[in-house]
Design a protein around this ligand. Structure first.
Ligand SMILES: *Cc1c(COP(=O)(O)O)cnc(C)c1O
Length: 499
């Protein structure tokens, strides 16, 4: 299996090369050349396997340049009991006769990004050997919170790599800041930037685009790379849990073999839900993929109208990991739905860059509507849904998952479709405990309290345990204290690597 670029102007490469490069040389995203199809007996077989076995089975179809021994090493290192608090890795909790929750947050950082960022470093070290890479790979990350910690935890102590994470000094929550500042590992660097997320992100982009700097680093044995969600190595492990959820529900009799179900996915960069689309194309019986957005509802508008328009205000919401106006992975979907028209994709992406918007043709729009449905929930609806779900079902949702739960209600009202539906739950409620505690304990329960006492209050009230990764965070030693001006990002990278 080879990988080609969505912009149609890069040579086809094996998966190891695609994972090492991250983004294709023509600026496009790598996609597999061939369609993978699983048979009904394959689906049946998955029901009796563990999560790691399911993962190995799915991944071997895509990473054909990896041996089965290598794939097994990757999945066993990534989805290990030392890292995941639940032995099922991605357990499914049945809420009622037609709804279940797929919990994707039992990893070390309590958000679904662990599902991909625990295994990406495993793929990458093997990809480096396979491609004969002599340089040490330096992962640069600008983060608004979740990605930074998940990448740090995944790359810590991985041989042949260094990781440098930049976060906005005042742009992350106290829990998120401490998660990063207390990170251990002999190859990790964490730097606060005086500015907002855009400042950190722009600074990192400038470093990536600086060819002279890349040459200088190359001479010293370093190669820059990124761990963001356009890397195929982050997308492909996400396909696994769609199959795994289906297998679990079939095994326990909640659904019948072959029954078509829906998934509702809290969406930002369109990575998670795109993995669901690939699962559907591989033969998983999925009816609709429901794309749930927050008030930054650029994707909802796109799925409803066929026009993508990012010319609007960027809103800060209670589901910050979905505060995104450019959903990079949509490019992969459009490539597939247009029948792989690289030139067409290049022209839409150019329009997005220059005008901030583009409209797809009728045929592509019809395809979008065949597979997807979308709506959004604002902050008030989000808090409402958390409170309601706790009261009615004693199930605790985080803010992102609550957006999905509300959109599912809207979908059922609008369409009358009562197919069995799985809610993809992307974060532990304790990770966004300020908002969750407010919804569950009420305004008076949270006023004047800091994030750490609220963790305990929320746990006491609900009898849900505080996840290991968040417990005692305020007592761990702070190992990273550097704060820099926003125009010093390149200097810091240079200092760290070249001394
Ligand atoms: C990243 C993230 C999302 C959005 O996922 P995409 O793949 O970017 O669409 C949703 N919820 C949480 C908690 C996240 O961290």
């Amino acid at each position: 299996m080879l990988y080609i670029s969505t912009r149609g102007n890069s040579p086809a490469v094996p998966s190891a090369e695609a994972i090492k490069q991250g983004i294709a040389p023509d600026g496009g995203l790598y996609v597999p050349t061939d369609q993978v199809t699983l048979s009904n007996p394959d689906l049946e077989k998955l029901t009796s396997l563990s999560y790691t076995e399911r993962a190995a089975f799915i991944l071997q179809h895509f990473l054909t340049d990896f041996t089965s021994v290598e794939i097994n090493q990757c999945v066993n290192a990534a989805y290990h009991q030392n890292k995941f608090a639940n032995p099922e890795i991605a357990p499914v909790k049945v809420l009622n006769s037609d709804t279940a929750v797929l919990e994707l947050w039992h990893g070390p950082t309590c958000a679904f990004k662990d599902m991909a960022l625990q295994i990406l470093p495993q793929f990458l070290v093997r990809a480096l050997t396979k491609t004969g890479e002599a340089a040490e790979v330096v992962i640069l990350v600008a983060t608004s919170g979740d990605t930074g910690k998940a990448a740090l935890d995944g790359f810590a102590n991985i041989p042949g790599t260094q990781i440098i994470v930049f976060y906005p000094e005042r742009g992350v929550s106290e829990v998120q800041r401490l998660q990063m500042a207390t990170q251990e590992g002999n190859n990790v660097h964490v730097v606060a930037v005086q500015g907002n997320f855009d400042d950190a992100q722009s600074g990192v982009k400038v470093v990536f685009g600086d060819h002279d700097f890349a040459t200088l680093l190359e001479q010293q044995g370093f190669r820059l790379s990124s761990a963001n969600s356009i890397n195929w190595g982050r997308l492909v492990p996400q396909i696994v849990y769609y199959f795994s959820a289906y297998a679990d529900l079939q095994k326990t009799g909640s659904i019948k073999a072959g029954e078509k179900i829906n998934f509702v996915v809290p969406t930002g960069n369109f990575g998670n839900i795109l993995a669901g689309f690939y699962a559907k194309r591989m033969g998983l019986p999925i009816n609709k993929l429901l794309c749930a957005a927050n008030a930054n509802n650029v994707l909802t508008d796109f799925i409803q109208t066929g026009t993508y328009n990012r010319n609007r205000d960027f809103l800060k919401t209670l589901s910050p990991s979905m505060d995104i106006l450019i959903s990079s992975n949509l490019e992969r979907l459009l490539y597939e739905l247009t029948g792989r028209q690289g030139e067409q994709i290049s022209s839409w992406m150019a329009q997005l860059k220059t005008e901030g918007s583009y409209s797809v043709d009728e045929a592509t729009f019809a395809q979008v509507q065949e597979h997807f449905w979308s709506d959004f929930a604002d902050d008030t609806a989000t808090l409402d849904t958390i409170q309601q779900t706790w009261q009615q079902q004693q199930y605790l949702l985080d803010t992102h998952t609550a957006v999905a739960a509300r959109v599912l209600q809207k979908y059922r009202q609008a369409t009358g479709d009562n197919s069995y539906t799985v809610i993809a739950s992307t974060a532990s409620p304790f990770k966004f405990n300020g908002s969750v505690a407010k919804a569950v304990l009420g305004e008076q329960g949270v006023t004047g309290k800091n994030e750490f006492s609220l963790l305990q209050d929320l746990s006491d009230h609900t009898h849900w345990p505080i996840p290991q990764g968040l417990r005692d965070l305020d007592k761990k030693p702070v190992l990273h204290q550097q704060v820099i001006e926003k125009n010093k990002i390149k200097d810091v990278v240079k200092d760290i690597l070249l001394g």
